[in-house]
Write a protein that binds this ligand. Structure first.
Ligand SMILES: C[S@@+](CC[C@H](N)C(=O)[O-])C[C@H]1O[C@@H](n2cnc3c(N)ncnc32)[C@H](O)[C@@H]1O
Length: 386
């Protein structure tokens, strides 16, 4: 099968994780970029990437790449491209642009230029044109311009891959499914120790942990991918991918998720059901202030509430988390994502700190290793976060 070069996009900070995932599914020539990873593979690998990758947002197939020096260059080159080989007048399309250049005032203008070029080519060739559907197009075109470098790609994913199709409802601050999956990989959870999210909100972290531990890929839930609308879509090949990636030899692991809010636990429960992982997660309504560990050496990963600015309430709340961990979670491994300001109030010294964006907010993902015994506690650095 013909090999091609693809670009997988991701969130800032997850590039290395995505590269690892790509190597695991058999991608070649894996190279890390900014919020993206380049790789090569055949059509089957493209299907597999969309189906299996947990930390990717989109998988793009670059189809034309060149230098432009004016808006008209984009139009002319776009008009000369053989779009009719990729889709027809009976299909809808949309263009998503990212533009870092003085040639266009905004990305909308660049999208419009390319749209005009495509439409004019179809009109010239066939006397009719495909329609634009910005919400649910058959064909998604991705335009990226950086200075004079322009790359046009076909977006094989369609809606961003963080939309796994299991989130039926959400709490007030849900975490992106891609970020949750990426944090679990970054934490190097061994998929054997008991996993706990004690502030689970709509359940994203626990659901992603259950999917990872049980070899359930995002594609087994989400059925919709843009490559299904491509001329070269091969249903047999896609079926092969679905059959080949079935989970094998999975060891059961205990996953617990709790939250102070009954409403959030109801939401998380429904989402876990939709993801097919309800049987792997124990849900419970509980204030972390009184939550006891259910096992000897639990692995906690969570994102407590935080705002853009630190308030006195935040300081007390994070101090409570630190106290609870110190006095009730000896022998636990704990990873918390929050703002650096909030995390200071925890009063424990982290053994690792990773800077990461959650949405647009600069966050820190920190590891705290707790040990039983007062001597060990002091010698292993449980003290103020310096
Ligand atoms: C930022 S949200 C977590 C979002 C979650 N990761 C998700 O993807 O939906 C923080 C959660 O902590 C919960 N929470 C706040 N105080 C709590 C406490 N004392 N004990 C347990 N949960 C608490 C809130 O109800 C909220 O659902």
């Amino acid at each position: 099968m013909k090999k091609q070069t693809y670009t997988a996009t991701t969130l800032a900070g997850l590039e290395e994780i995505l590269a690892q995932e790509l190597i695991e599914i058999g991608a070649d020539e894996v190279q890390i970029g900014r919020r993206s990873v380049y790789f090569s593979g055949d059509l089957k690998l493209l299907y597999k990437a969309n189906y299996c990758l947990r930390s990717a947002l989109r998988i793009l197939l670059p189809i034309d790449s060149y230098k432009i020096f004016s808006a008209d260059d984009l139009y002319q080159r776009g008009k000369n491209f053989k779009w009719e080989e990729l889709f027809g007048c009976d299909q809808t399309f949309a263009i998503q642009s990212t533009v870092f250049t003085d040639l266009f005032n905004n990305s909308m203008f660049a999208s419009l230029k390319l749209k005009d070029a495509i439409v004019d080519r179809f009109r010239y060739k066939f006397g009719e044109r495909p329609s634009v559907d910005s919400k649910n197009p058959d064909i998604r075109i991705n335009l990226h311009i950086s200075n004079e470098y322009c790359t046009i790609s076909l977006d094989s994913s369609g809606e961003s891959l963080h939309k796994r199709a299991y989130r039926l409802d959400q709490n007030e601050a849900p975490m992106s499914e891609v970020l949750a999956a990426g944090l679990i990989r970054l934490s190097e959870w061994d998929r054997k120790s008991d996993f706990v999210d004690p502030m689970c909100g709509s359940g994203t972290i626990a659901i992603e942990a259950a999917m990872l531990a049980n070899g359930i890929y995002p594609g087994s839930i989400r059925k919709d991918f843009s490559f299904r609308n491509w001329r070269n879509f091969n249903p047999e090949l896609f079926k092969q991918v679905e059959e080949e990636v079935q989970p094998v030899g999975v060891q059961p692991v205990k996953i617990s998720a709790s939250d102070i809010s009954r409403r959030n636990i109801d939401i998380a429960y429904k989402n876990a059901e939709a993801a097919g992982v309800l049987k792997f997660i124990d849900f419970k309504i509980s204030d972390f202030k009184v939550l006891e560990p259910a096992s000897d050496k639990p692995f906690l990963l969570f994102n407590p509430p935080y705002g853009e600015r630190l308030t006195p309430d935040d300081t007390n709340f994070y101090a409570m988390i630190g106290e609870r961990l110190k006095h009730h979670y000896s022998d636990a491994t704990v990873w918390i994502i929050s703002t650096p300001q909030c995390l200071k109030s925890i009063g424990l010294r982290p053994s690792r700190k990773i800077s990461i964006l959650n949405g647009s907010l600069e966050c820190s993902f920190r590891k705290y290793e707790l040990y039983s015994g007062s001597k060990k506690i002091s010698s292993l650095g449980i003290g103020a976060d310096k």
